[in-house]
Design a protein around this ligand. Structure first.
Ligand code: CA
Length: 262
């Protein structure tokens, strides 16, 4: 729920190469297994069970190919992720260098997100943080003033804490992220996740346990309480090809295969 971890090494390299847009550039030698999903790589260390890596890859494929025809629905977004070198990195606990983290012990195939299954969340973070935010920067960019950030500020009860998480939100705020390690961009990523997965019906079974952070745990609550977010993320605005149907871990339009490396 709170993990948006790209390696410190990656950040240092990025800052040292003149603001280049690649999110790779680091050694991926820790990964011994790779599944290519429309050019987006799902990687794992040698310790990662094949079924867990395949499950994460299928969730990725379902998010990106909602009509199940073997072609990514939004080529701009998918190619943006690919061209930025963004990836999902599964490990047994060590920091996944150069990729969004997803740990083995939080990858347990199930029909809904939970503390023991963060796959729905971490995979979507790759798509929104490395895809949507850069494919449509004025709309989904993760900085103050973009469309989604402006909507998020309303959900937080205003532009709180100079854009950082705060420990006490105004009465009536429904997005109340408190973890100080999650900066403004991270909060936008998480807001996209909470909104979209709630609209998909993935969060309805755990409303009390997520209420400290997010109050709108069902599609109807998002629609009624945060209509701007609902309009942005739903097909009513059309143009962005945002997934609408919840993944379930089944994807058969393409064979997803693990490529092993030494
Ligand atoms: Ca498709």
């Amino acid at each position: 729920m709170n993990k948006l971890i790209f390696s410190v090494l990656s950040i240092l390299l990025l800052s040292g190469c003149g603001g280049g847009s690649s999110e790779s550039g680091t050694s991926h030698s820790m990964y011994k297994k790779t599944i290519d999903v429309f050019g987006v790589q799902v990687k794992g260390t040698a310790a990662v069970p094949d079924n867990k890596l395949l499950y994460a890859a299928k969730i990725m494929a379902e998010y990106l190919d909602q009509n199940n025809d073997g072609v990514a629905d939004n080529l701009l977004v998918t190619n943006t992720i690919k061209n930025r070198g963004a990836c999902l990195g599964m490990t047994s606990g060590e920091e996944p260098i150069g990729c969004q983290s997803l740990y083995i012990n939080e990858t347990n195939p199930s029909s809904v997100p939970s503390p023991s299954n963060a796959t729905y969340e971490e995979v979507l973070h790759v798509i929104t943080h490395s895809g949507y935010a850069h494919a449509y920067p004025s709309v989904f960019g993760e900085s103050k003033g973009t469309t989604i950030a402006t909507i998020m500020d309303k959900a937080r009860g205003g532009y709180q804490g100079a854009g950082q998480p705060v420990s006490a939100y105004p009465e009536g705020a429904w997005y109340t992220y408190e973890d100080p390690t999650c900066d403004y961009a991270c909060m936008v990523t998480e807001y996209f996740y909470w909104g979209l997965t709630s609209m998909m019906g993935l969060q309805a079974g755990r409303c009390p346990s997520i209420a400290a952070e997010w109050d709108l745990c069902t599609r109807s609550l998002v629609k009624s309480k945060d209509p701007e977010l609902f309009a942005l993320l739903s097909n009513s605005t059309g143009a962005y090809g945002i997934p609408q149907t919840r993944p379930d871990g089944n994807y058969s339009a393409l064979p997803l295969t693990i490529v092993h490396s030494e």
